[in-house]
Design a protein around this ligand. Sequence first.
Ligand code: MEV
Length: 332
Amino acid sequence: MQSEALEFVESVAYPTFGTILLGGLSDSRNRIPLHTSAGLAYTGLESKIETRTMIYIVKGEPVGYFNRQKMEYSEEYRSPFAVMKEMSLNILGRFNLNPAENSLCFDSENIGILSGSSDSGAAALGRALIEMNPGGKDIDMEKFENRLRVVSESVGRSLYGGLTITERTGSRCFTRQILSPEAFSDFVVLGCRFNETRKPSDAIHTNIVKSSEYEARVKRTADKAVEMEKLAKNSKIQEIFELSMHDTDEYHRLIESVGVKIINKGMAEVINSVNQYRRESWASYIVTGGTNVFVPVHRSEYLSLRERLSGLCDEIVPLKIAEGARIIGKSF
Ligand code: MEV
């Protein structure tokens, strides 16, 4: 299709997992987080893990392929077509192309992702659109992130990469990076994957707010973000993962109390085994909304811990922390 494309941009973005977990959104249209959260972008240490997206212009009607499957055209607010349409006049104008005859199209592919693919999908789309936009990165990034948030609520994690905080202060919501991926180079995260279909995250978002502890949780996430930023300033990576592990414990206790159970028997066994390992050495665990246990460990020990955890889940994928969304090719 690139051969038919009048212009194109290709981007790559990496999936994410939370380190201060998000639970609760303003409403189903705007999907603004109800509290501050934090997260990491990840990719494979030994394998390719990413979303690749191409935005291109053709003569004719808009078409879109999501993960190589043709997507029905829709102008519904959450649809990638709607985001592209809002920017298409400016973009087509930049290339002196008539909007009555030409359209913006997209083609995305997810490779090897364990969970967090909606963040990388939205970020790769957004990053490509920024590049196509006549003002480039001069656009209002906070506003644009909030537009992309409608596609995926934690898109900022993937847009900026490394360790990020998505702050919710007053009416504002925006993401900033607090540590680059290089800061994590002495650590590996073992992605312990289970072949089970995940529950939609909205089951968490709509139920967690019913907990009598929710107001306290909102306050605690803000305090944890302050603490995490202090640790980041002092490059205390192990302590950051400790904080995340305690946040996983608190989060899952809360959502289980309102009837949403993510940690199944197998996942609990992985966590038990990590807890045993912690008696001799250091490792920790994070569980978000998917059927994976993310196990951070010192790089020098990841092979032995991997050996120990093997057989407890369907696959163990060694991961490293990834950078933000970037451009890998363009026609102009
Ligand atoms: C989905 O919006 C959020 C969770 O994956 C938790 C997180 O990663 O912060 C359920």
